[in-house]
Write a protein that binds this ligand. Structure first.
Ligand SMILES: NS(=O)(=O)c1c(F)c(F)c(S(=O)(=O)CCO)c(N[C@H]2CCc3ccccc32)c1F
Ligand SMILES: [Zn+2]
Length: 263
């Protein structure tokens, strides 16, 4: 299934056949534009517990055939959400070397170069992410929009390992570091809405927090992300580049996106 997930924009048109929720309600990602945004003074800055993981710990980074994902420590969690959410994994979405517009969420119709997602599950109500992932209050995903700028040493702590996970099912250990370094400075400014997984099975189970301010990585780091990995296994005679693994924005009718900042 992972090979079929992102083979071009037509790939996602085929999802509902096998994954009915992908054609359902509350689908993500979406475009953030003026007339659906509403300021909400109750949206507090998120509080991160255990994000500063010591370098003696290690994260497993794995190429799962349609993204590169890094398993996180169960000691990492977020407060100031309706429940306590425990970290599960982080992964990225990106475009290709000729079109560096691979973010999933867009702002006023504009794609950013790429997008980082940190997936958490509601550990107050569910024992693990498998139990949580299809529940309306099951998941909370933090999203960071990435754009081109100076070299980013924090992102490099993950990106430097891409060459060891070029092919599907390859994995490598990454020394622990402070995952909060991957987030923008203004943790108090974000978009908030109820949406879904952006990959099959597309469960409408995600409380999305998309930070307002993008984080910068260098052109070279972005190129590494866009060119290092393949969806196929190392011995596959027809290698398939892992590119354009973002879902297109979904219809967003009669709903609002709440913002924690004034325009
Ligand atoms: N953009 S997104 O945040 O919606 C999102 C993804 F885009 C994505 F690719 C993955 S995955 O783990 O690589 C493959 C699908 O399971 C997940 N993984 C989540 C979804 C289901 C699940 C189950 C166990 C651990 C992680 C996840 C995901 F939440
Ligand atoms: Zn994602």
């Amino acid at each position: 299934v992972s090979l079929l997930i992102h083979t071009g924009p037509d790939g996602e048109k085929a999802w509902p056949k096998k994954y009915p929720f992908c054609a359902g309600v509350f689908q993500s990602p979406i475009d953030f534009h003026e007339d659906i945004l509403q300021y909400d003074s109750n949206l507090l800055p998120l509080e991160f517990i255990g994000y500063n993981v010591p370098s003696t710990d290690q994260f497993t980074l794995i190429n799962n055939g349609h993204s590169v994902k890094m398993y996180l420590s169960p000691a990492m969690c977020i407060r100031n959400l309706p429940f306590e959410y425990t970290a599960s994994q982080l992964h990225l979405h990106w475009g290709n070397r000729n079109k560096s517009e691979g973010s999933e969420h867009t702002v006023s119709g504009k794609h950013f170069a790429a997008e980082l997602h940190i997936v958490h599950y509601n550990s107050e109500k569910y024992p693990d992410i498998t139990a949580a992932m299809d529940k309306a209050d099951g998941l909370a995903v933090l999203a960071v929009l990435l754009e081109i700028g100076p070299f980013n040493p924090s992102y490099e702590k993950i990106f430097r390992h891409f060459w060891n996970v070029k092919y599907k099912d390859q994995k490598v250990l990454v020394p622990g570091f402070n995952i909060q370094e991957l987030l923008p400075d203004r943790l108090d400014e974000y978009y908030r809405y109820e949406g879904s997984l952006t990959t099959p099975p597309c469960y409408p189970s995600v409380l999305w927090t998309v930070f307002r301010h993008p984080v910068k990585i260098s052109q070279e780091q972005l190129l590494a992300l866009e060119t290092a990995m393949y969806c196929t296994e190392s011995d596959d005679p027809e290698p398939l580049e892992m590119v354009d693994n973002f879902r297109n924005v979904q219809e967003f009718r009669e709903r609002l996106v709440f913002i924690s900042f004034h325009e």
